[in-house]
Design a protein around this ligand. Structure first.
Ligand SMILES: Nc1ncnc2c1ncn2[C@@H]1O[C@H](COP(=O)(O)OP(=O)(O)OP(=O)(O)O)[C@@H](O)[C@H]1O
Ligand SMILES: [Mg+2]
Length: 240
């Protein structure tokens, strides 16, 4: 599953997204390079989800452009997203994956084996026959991750995927993230959890009110934030 990185860098060039009178993203320019996960942090309403949606092509910029490897955002790029509360089909875990594999045009003869591989990758080997909706929250979240990986993405977007998980389930999820990042998939994750950002991030993007306030390699960002907003945010002060 080693993903080729021809689709990278993912670039936002002067991207603005407005919704009615509200500016949700405000002239965002950013480049996402291959490598360790990029983590988007920022308070509620900062624009994290909207950035991920724009990167997926689910929301169109009002101005500016999103590109992959220098090419305009199109259907050919291999990208996938996991939302905070994914919805599983009312069938077995393995059948959910076979369905995703069929949608990704994987030949029928290969689907069962690929589904089993994906279940093993996310630590759900042995649970393939279980109705997906009867898995625990943490297990469902890892199944959602497997479903996203069925698309064989080069870039994987995660929107607060552990927000409703307990520490053990969060650890299991983060372990899978490390595994897939090590396989060469570029992970871009939004989180509220600074601990999670410290544990996973190669680099960090701090958003506030639709703008990029600060970016940097994770160790430098956490040790010596450059902006007052970042210092406040890391200190646990409310950014309003
Ligand atoms: N379609 C829309 N219409 C109006 N306002 C919108 C729309 N989409 C997003 N917004 C607003 O844009 C802002 C940014 O939203 P977004 O969901 O991207 O933030 P976020 O950083 O993901 O927040 P959270 O941490 O709460 O998930 C919010 O104030 C939101 O209400
Ligand atoms: Mg959000």
């Amino acid at each position: 599953m080693l993903a080729p990185l021809a689709n990278l860098p993912l670039a936002f060039a002067d991207v603005t997204v407005t919704a009615g009178a509200v500016t949700v993203l405000d002239r965002v320019s950013l480049t996402f390079e291959p490598g360790a996960p990029t983590v988007l942090i920022g308070p509620n309403g900062a624009g994290k989800t909207t950035m991920l949606r724009a990167a997926m092509g689910l929301v169109a910029p009002t101005r500016g452009r999103v590109s992959y490897g220098g090419h305009a955002l199109g259907v050919a790029q291999r990208r996938a997203i996991v939302f905070q509360r994914p919805t599983m089909l009312r069938r077995s875990a393995a059948a959910n994956l076979r369905y995703a594999l069929a949608s990704a045009a994987v030949p029928r003869a290969e689907r069962a084996e690929r589904a089993a591989d994906l279940l093993a990758l996310v630590g759900l080997a042995g649970l393939g026959a279980r109705p997906a909706r009867r898995l625990s929250g943490g297990e469902q979240q890892r199944l959602a991750l497997a479903r996203a990986l069925a698309r064989d993405p080069t870039v994987l977007f995660l929107d607060e995927p552990t927000a409703s998980l307990d520490p053990a389930a969060t650890k299991a999820f983060e372990d899978v993230i490390r595994t897939i990042a090590a396989r060469g998939i570029k992970v871009v994750m939004a989180t509220h959890d600074l601990g999670e950002a410290r544990r996973l991030a190669g680099d960090v993007v701090l958003l506030h009110r639709g703008q990029v306030v600060e970016t940097g390699a994770a160790p430098a960002f956490f040790a010596a934030p450059q902006t007052a907003e970042a210092r406040h945010f890391l200190a646990g002060d409310l950014l309003v």
